[in-house]
Design a protein around this ligand. Structure first.
Ligand code: TXA
Ligand code: MG
Length: 324
């Protein structure tokens, strides 16, 4: 079973030796390995059961540490780095030969970010290589936002979980790249198009899902509980449609009042704060997926600001069960 510890020197020794280690970030926990070592990288794919054509994000202590790995640092990149790093923004940038092909699945662009978590930043400062890290869940399942979720998913397969407590933001980073000079969002996250546009002076457009084979994480059947999961725009109607099932409900702000019996209900934010909803969402999904319910219903968020990222994840969590 993996050891839970805050000892970054222990984590460093394991990583130096080519092992995988789970690390906290402000978004979700990552399954990290030495980003320059193909054998170590291979362990990430094997441990998660992740297809090798799904590329990995490289994590750095700061923009300066990135320079050997990215071919060009534009004015836009400097601006974004100054505004949002450390923080939940991943940039897709042209790579150098220092980045192994296994990191990018053969693409000439590498995904890079500086995570905002004190333990992981301290660890990165002590390393002379970047950490490749996807979310620390088995491929296709919900990303972990607490060390216990990592232990549940990967505890028997990894030696160590760096214990940084519950993740403060709770949704994976926003992914931004450029297509023919046009800033393009490949994955919605806590940093919104509006915030990026304010810094760039050019509002990013959303990448079309079908068009983008570059980001397999955008495909369906991701972030999904095992239990059938429905996203609801109209709670009375959705509850009507699941007659006879034992129901777990994730409400955004108001507890359910009405004729249906719920086996379990989790209210994410009684204040209706989208930040709090994002922070607590995955933990609620883990909890209900373990509870004795046959269907999970989650209320859709208002589709503005980070509500877009929340709804994006809800849509994907529902996909697998809808199609099977
Ligand atoms: O917040 C996050 O980004 C977390 C923490 C651990 O940093 N990481 C994370 O990693 O969510 P992962 O692997 O679960 O999702 C990364 C997404 C995937 O959909 C992957 O396909 C995409 O980023 N990606 C990575 N490198 C890419 C590349 N070179 N080109 C296009 N997409 C890429
Ligand atoms: Mg993931």
């Amino acid at each position: 079973m993996a050891t839970l510890t805050r000892d970054i020197d222990w984590a460093k020794r394991l990583l130096d030796d080519g092992s995988v280690v789970a690390i906290p970030t402000e978004t979700v926990y990552g399954l990290a390995a030495k980003g320059t070592d193909p054998e170590a990288l291979q362990k990430i794919f094997k441990t998660k059961g992740r297809p090798s054509n799904n590329p990995l994000i490289l994590h750095f202590s700061d923009l300066t540490a990135m320079t050997p790995y990215i071919a060009e640092v534009s004015k836009e990149v400097r601006l974004l780095a100054a505004h949002f790093w450390p923080g939940p923004l991943t940039l897709l940038l042209p790579k150098t030969t220092a980045v192994p092909d296994m990191v990018t699945a053969g693409s000439q662009r590498v995904a890079v970010r500086v995570p905002n978590h004190p333990l992981t930043l301290a660890l990165l400062h002590n390393l002379d290589y970047p950490l490749a890290a996807p979310s620390a869940n088995r491929s296709g399942y919900i990303s972990p936002t607490q060390p216990a979720h990592v232990a549940q998913q990967l505890g028997t397969r990894i030696p160590l979980i760096l214990d940084g407590g519950a993740c403060q933001q709770g949704l994976e980073s926003t992914i931004l790249g450029w297509e023919n000079g046009q800033p393009t969002i490949y994955r919605e996250g806590m940093i919104t198009a509006h915030q990026l546009g304010a810094v760039l002076g050019d509002l990013p457009t959303a990448a079309h899902r079908q068009k983008v084979l570059v980001a397999p994480g955008m495909s369906s059947s991701h972030y999904a509980p095992v239990t059938q999961t429905l996203v609801s725009d109209n709670l009375p109607l959705t509850l009507e449609s699941v007659q006879g099932k034992t129901i777990g409900l994730i409400s955004l702000a108001k507890p359910y009042v009405g004729p249906h019996t719920l086996t379990k209900e989790i209210v994410l934010s009684t204040l209706g704060s989208l930040e709090e909803i994002a922070q607590r969402l995955y933990a609620a999904m883990y909890e209900l997926d373990q509870a004795d319910v046959t269907v999970i219903i989650i209320e859709r968020a208002p589709n503005t600001g980070i509500g877009k990222a929340i709804n994006d994840r809800l849509q994907r969590s529902a996909h697998r069960s809808e199609s099977s």
